[in-house]
Write a protein that binds this ligand. Structure first.
Ligand code: SAH
Length: 254
């Protein structure tokens, strides 16, 4: 494809993003936000040539499976917005920035912390945070289990969110310690959400969480609905959790 055809195609894709965000999620993207997404897609594709960040690279797929899928989290987060202060959101295992970065593009009131255990992912995240001018966002090269023990982070966040990081019983051990009392965790799941919730009964009881809501989201061209599992933090996470790095995966609570 020559350069002009490519640029026309990219413009058409951004138009689709604008329309789908409006139709599916009721979100109105400004020109600057659209520009930010276009920039993000270009940087992701360019970096992926030397750093393995994502297997989703077709422009239309980036739009739906990365951008729209991430933005769908706003259907849950919008419900609990207190406009008086910044909303503290931590995205655990953010990888190439999903779902955290698209949320920060849309919502300047979100104070975003992106966490990943892999330095090469963090290098890209730092690059994107600078490139997008997200002055309140920060990137931490840490494991969730260690962050959960850090006084600066434990119980600090209004929302602890994650996509494609671990099964729910494990994920809850990453997210709930970071969440403030009365705060929420958000787990983005595809098929199997119900089964995962059933398997997470003990993790919820031990770590102080309660399933508050499960929202279903349909994305264009994707047969399986996606699920947003919203968990409310109803009790303090006891000392002893999270367990040492690696233990939640090796011995999930059940
Ligand atoms: N959320 C992104 C990336 C998913 S891949 C997306 O949906 O596209 C999972 C990511 O989680 C990887 O980048 C991996 O490095 C990170 N990860 C896995 N376990 C982790 C842990 N315990 N603490 C922090 N990051 C973790």
């Amino acid at each position: 494809m020559d350069r002009r055809a490519k640029s026309e195609r990219d413009t058409a894709i951004m138009e689709t993003l604008k329309r789908s965000a409006k139709d599916l999620l009721g979100l109105k993207l400004t020109r600057a936000q659209l520009q930010a997404f276009e920039n993000y897609a270009l940087e992701l594709t360019a970096w992926n040539q030397h750093t393995n960040l994502t297997t989703i690279l077709d422009p239309q797929d980036i739009l739906v499976k990365h951008f729209l899928d991430s933005l769908s989290c706003l259907s849950a987060i919008n419900r609990r917005h207190n406009p008086k202060r910044a909303l503290r959101v931590v995205d655990v295992g953010s990888g190439a920035g999903f779902p955290g970065l698209p949320l920060a593009i849309m919502r300047p009131d979100i104070q975003l912390t992106l966490v990943d255990a892999t330095e090469k992912k963090c290098a890209f995240l730092r690059h994107m945070v600078a490139e997008l001018g997200l002055i309140t966002a920060r990137v931490l090269h840490r494991r969730a289990e260690n962050l959960g023990w850090d006084r600066e982070h434990r119980g600090h966040y209004d929302w602890a969110i994650a996509r494609a990081v671990a099964r729910l019983p494990v994920l809850l051990e990453y997210l709930l310690p970071l969440t403030r009392s009365d705060g929420r965790c958000l787990a983005q799941k595809s098929e199997g959400a119900r089964t995962e919730i059933q398997a997470a009964g003990r993790a919820l009881a031990v770590l102080g969480g309660e399933v508050e809501n499960v929202l279903s989201v349909e994305l264009p061209g994707i047969a399986e609905p996606r699920h947003l599992i919203v968990i409310k933090k109803v009790a303090a996470t006891p000392d002893g959790y999270p367990r040492r790095a690696g233990v939640p995966v090796k011995r999930p609570l059940r």
